[in-house]
Structures are given as C-alpha cells and as structure tokens.
Design a protein around this ligand. Structure first.
Ligand SMILES: [Mg+2]
Length: 224
C-alpha cells in the first residue's frame, strides 16, 4: 500500500500548482518587454498604415524645412544626405522571414536580390530634392562589395540620379557615427552644404556637418 502516500503527495502537489500565484514581487519580468510579444507588436506596427504615416510625417517635415530654407541664400552647393536601409529601402520582408535576426549569409543573399521596396515618404522627399537641384548623397553602412546590388535596388525602387553613394570599406571597424560624420565633413570641405541629413538611427545623425537632422522611426533594430 506504499502507493497511497505517493498518490496523496501527488494530489497535494497538483493542488498547490493550481493555486493562483501573484508574481508582483518579480520586478524584472515586468520591467522589460517579453521578446515574443515585442516582435509581434513590431511586425504589426511595421505592416500598418501608422508606420507608413509616421515615416511620411518625418519626411514631410524635412521637405517643409527645405521649402523654407531654399528661399534664403545657401553658401556652397546645397545637398541632402540619405541613409539607405529603413530610410529609403525597407528590409521588412527579410526581417519578417528571419525573425528580426541579423544573419550574415541570409542578409547578404537578401541584399543580392536587390528587391527591397522603397519607403514612399523618402522617395517623395528624394524627388522633391531632385526637383530643387540639390546634390543627393547616400551614406550607408552597406559595404563596397554590395555597391552594384544597392545601385540596382535603388533604381528599381524609383531612386534615380543621385550624386554620390558612399559605402563602407570591407573590414572597416569604424563606428557608424565616425564613418558617417567623417564623410559629411569631407563633403562639407569639398564645397557641399548639407541642409538635411535623414536616417532611421541616431548614429546616422550624430557628429555634426548637417544643418538639420530628421529621424525616421525604426523599431526593428538598433545600430549604435
Ligand atoms: Mg538605416
């Protein structure tokens, strides 16, 4: 009859597990978002009209800035700097398929496909800048090996007639802020006056050498 106590223990154990547990003493669990929930919220937002509208809100502010600014004299050659990923081209199809994980092989294969769609607000700002004869400069963290694919992707997404496409050297370990601001400095020293710098990361915009900066939303990843 040894099984009787065992059954009692089991019954008590199940009863204990069935008791509701108040976890209010657990601070960390509620201080950070659950990753699964956050990913689903991010997907929902990035597929929504709200995301599209919030990107366009920012690009329209940049456009308005230029409209007013160009009524006054500009020293040097007026220019606008665009970041590429999540500013001009959307990588949402990749992010969705790979669950927001950056994996070198699949990421490079995605770049090679050159099929990222445009962010419509950025394309509109781009066309406006061209209509005002601004020099258009892309400064991107993509590398030199990806130049041809990036140019093809930009063209098929509707971006035509840029002045310069600045990419990272292979194996560069320079920080994003340093790489991007060094290039803006070089452009400024060669006679460009960067009126607007627009990107989806703070690191696209820090370090000076632009008259104004505009930050597009990107909840999918962070580039320090
Ligand atoms: Mg970007």
């Amino acid at each position: 009859m040894k099984f009787v106590p065992s059954l009692m223990v089991l019954a008590l154990s199940v009863a204990a597990q069935a008791q509701p547990v108040t976890n209010s003493f657990l601070k960390g669990e509620y201080a950070v978002p659950n990753v699964g929930v956050a990913k689903n919220l991010t997907r929902e937002y990035c597929r929504s009209a709200l995301y599209r509208d919030e990107v366009t809100y920012v690009t329209n502010r940049a456009k308005e800035y230029l409209e007013v600014r160009l009524q006054a004299p500009v020293d040097g050659k007026p220019a606008i700097v665009f970041d590429i990923d999540e500013t001009c081209l959307s990588n949402l199809p990749y992010m969705d398929e790979y669950d927001f994980a950056f994996q070198t092989g699949p990421w490079n294969a995605w770049i090679d496909k050159a099929s990222a769609p445009p962010l419509e607000g950025a394309l509109d700002l781009y066309k406006y800048a061209r209509s005002k004869s601004l020099a258009i400069i892309f400064i991107s963290g993509r590398n030199q090996m990806q130049r041809l694919q990036t140019e093809n992707n930009l063209r098929q997404a509707g971006f035509e007639g840029w002045t310069e496409l600045v990419l990272r050297d292979i194996g560069s370990t320079q920080s994003t802020v340093s790489f991007k601001s060094d290039n803006r400095k070089r452009l400024a020293q060669s006679g460009y006056n960067i009126l607007v710098n627009i990107g989806d990361q703070d690191s696209d915009l820090q370090g000076g050498y632009a008259e104004s900066t505009f930050k597009i939303p990107n909840p999918m990843y962070w580039v320090p």
